[in-house]
Design a protein around this ligand. Structure first.
Ligand SMILES: *Cc1c(COP(=O)(O)O)cnc(C)c1O
Length: 370
């Protein structure tokens, strides 16, 4: 690609999933074209957002949708909407929450760090995050007293493989929030294929990153109840000014939703399995590797390869293997959060067959030096 040559940037192979430090995802030519076309023109932004809202609603079966800059922005703005509604005085007052409910309850195991602590995205609005339960478990009995505490604005849940502890019963948690008279928001940034399931919990808002598996330009989707979605939009005139979606992002999102509606999910799933099976067969015989296919723990319809690295046989530990792949040309990125426990994960969704073959060759070269 010209830009890489011109600026001396390295080629990269992404086996790390929808990861922000490496540009998250690659868009199809159709989505790229819609985005580029938008840059050349003016739009009445309110009309464009309304068109996106209708498209999101038709696609997801929700009442409405809004586009923000990204999910980190959507978290801050959804919390702002639950505290301040869309009253202009309250919108202008944030992050000063005087006179507003400002407690945001989340299960302790949902206090994730996706490159930023989620509690910071909450606090940016002026809200105060309250953790319920422990890292190991958050039951309804842990949640209920926090949700009914005076001054509570909303419940925030996270649907992600980054959460810790026993799975929280999302539907029951949403029910408990509603019983306490407050809205429930689910951060499902990398879970767009589960949007219908997550809306079916009764959640008032579900937040999706459109640049992850939907492969649009950087954008956040706020999906759900019309009143609260509109309140999120109202904060564009307040703390959300720097979190607004661009015309090109919204046009890219519209193209991405069209593309997703045409996707044969069954065929997609088979294709992902084919790639996982192919690479597993090649990597498993390598010295010091034990390779297993692991379904997404948060229910996305995809599996990742888990590589257990035995240092004695591999000649290096998991962290070193990951670092050597990253240092190569092209630079190969895998999920190495658990390298301390001797494990690496590979996500193959965005990879072509040629790229899979290259990963196989590079790892063979590193582990079986001739
Ligand atoms: C990626 C991610 C985010 C942040 O999404 P952006 O769109 O990059 O701001 C938030 N929460 C979770 C669980 C994520 O995976």
């Amino acid at each position: 690609m010209d830009i890489k040559q011109k600026y001396g940037l390295r080629d990269i192979i992404n086996a790390a999933g929808t990861f922000t430090p490496i540009g998250v995802s690659r868009s199809s030519p159709t989505i790229a074209k819609a985005t580029a076309e938008a840059l050349k023109d003016h739009f009445i932004m309110e009309e464009l957002q309304q068109a996106a809202s209708k498209a999101v609603a038709r696609w997801s079966g929700s009442e409405a949708g809004a586009v923000t800059h990204c999910t980190a922005a959507s978290i801050t703005l959804s919390v702002a909407a639950s505290m301040a509604g869309s009253t202009p005085e309250a919108v202008a007052a944030l992050p000063d929450t005087s006179g507003m409910p400002n407690r945001v309850v989340l299960p302790a195991g949902h206090e994730v760090n996706y490159g930023q602590p989620i509690t910071q995205a909450v606090r940016l609005s002026g809200a105060q995050p309250i953790l319920a339960g422990t890292d190991e478990e958050c039951s309804l009995a842990d949640l209920e007293p926090e949700l009914s505490c005076p001054g509570t604005a909303c419940l925030l849940l996270v649907s992600s493989r980054l959460t810790r502890g026993l799975a929280v019963d999302m539907k029951a948690a949403v029910g408990a929030a509603h019983k306490a008279g407050i809205p429930a928001i689910i951060d499902a940034a990398a879970q767009d294929m589960r949007l219908a399931d997550l809306l079916a919990t009764g959640a008032d808002l579900v937040l999706i990153s459109a640049h992850k598996y939907l492969t649009s330009p950087t954008a956040g989707l706020v999906v759900g109840e019309a009143g609260l979605v509109n309140a999120v939009r109202a904060h564009e005139k307040g703390i959300g000014r720097g979190m607004k979606a661009s015309k090109e992002a919204i046009c890219g999102v519209l193209a991405a939703i069209e593309e997703r509606k045409g996707l044969d999910l069954e065929a997609w799933w088979c294709e992902q399995n084919r790639k996982v099976t192919w690479l597993k067969k090649r990597l498993n015989p390598l010295p010091g590797l034990s390779v297993t296919s692991i379904p997404d723990p948060a229910g996305m319809p995809l599996s990742r390869l888990r590589l257990r690295v035995t240092e004695q046989d591999a000649g290096m530990d998991a962290a070193t293997l990951s670092a050597r792949m990253k240092d190569g040309s092209p630079s190969i990125w895998v999920i190495d959060r658990t390298s301390g426990q001797g494990e690496l994960y590979l996500e193959l969704v965005q990879l072509s067959d040629d790229e899979l073959a290259l990963i196989s060759d590079v790892m063979t070269g590193l582990l079986q030096p001739s």
